[in-house]
Write a protein that binds this ligand. Structure first.
Ligand code: ARG
Length: 250
């Protein structure tokens, strides 16, 4: 009996340490038992706002992870290019934002096991006559969300990049004829194209990518707990069910 009480106490302590990782940050927003997730809720179907609520695949995955590790989830909506800094500073415990694993980001944070795949696609106006990547020239003006992998790739390949705070703003500029194309992740692209008449996604796409959770380098305990939770959620079908809720198979 004593043993059981002791181990129960140990588990509670372990959980509290896991979720308390954010409390080392200067803001003090993260308190014991709370898993603070930093995201940028401008990225349907992964994270977006429904009224005041942040919903989407990442929000639900985070909720499921938080439940498994016994924490309450708190979501912070910030600029995409601030998420890594927020995690590094400890103000957030986890960055979950359809974030692509890149070598460069790995210098600053650890990534969990991947939970989704994606690719960078190109959105153009159907009437533009642009049919493939080769129709884009040096003079083409490309819109991206600032700090994203789309931004990084295009900055290497094109001279005229327009950087927007939100992917949707880039898409609006495209519909207004201010830019020639938008380079963005495939699933958000489908959502934006379905909401704006006259736009198409080119068949050819750029790189394939993997999404994962970003976690502070010294927080290996949380990294392990998140990976364990993710593999359980994959195995029991929860992950697939969450994805199916937001992305219809076609
Ligand atoms: N996958 C891309 C990247 O990692 C874009 C992610 C944008 N996410 C967002 N929540 N706005 O750079």
């Amino acid at each position: 009996m004593k043993k059981q009480v002791l181990s129960a106490a140990l588990i509670v302590m372990m959980v509290l340490t896991l979720c308390a990782c954010g409390s080392s940050g200067s803001s003090g927003t993260a308190t014991k038992g709370v898993l603070v997730m930093a995201t940028n809720a401008e990225f349907p179907p992964y994270e977006y706002k429904e009224g005041d609520k942040i919903v989407g695949i990442d929000a639900e995955i985070a909720e499921a992870i938080a439940q498994k590790i016994g924490c309450k989830l708190e979501i912070e909506d910030i600029a995409f290019d601030s998420i890594i800094a927020e995690v590094v500073s400890g103000k957030a415990d986890i960055g979950l934002a359809g974030m692509t694993i890149t070598e460069d980001r790995k210098q600053s944070v650890n990534f969990s096991d991947p939970y989704a795949t994606s690719s960078q696609v190109v959105i153009v106006q159907e009437a533009s006559g642009i049919k493939g990547l080769s129709d884009l020239t040096e003079d083409s003006v490309i819109g991206v969300q600032i700090g994203t992998t789309g931004d990084i790739y295009c900055s290497d390949s094109f001279q005229n990049i327009e950087r927007y705070n939100k992917g949707m703003e880039a898409v609006q500029a495209l519909t207004q004829g201010k830019i020639d194309a938008v380079v963005i992740d495939s699933e958000p692209a489908k959502v934006f194209v379905s909401e704006n008449a006259g736009l198409i996604i080119l068949d050819e796409s750029y790189t394939d990518e993997e999404y994962a959770a970003a976690i502070r380098k010294d927080n290996t305990e949380l990294l392990e707990a998140v990976n364990k939770a993710l593999s359980e959620l994959k195995a029991d079908g929860t992950l697939d069910a969450i994805v199916a809720k937001y992305i219809s198979a076609n």
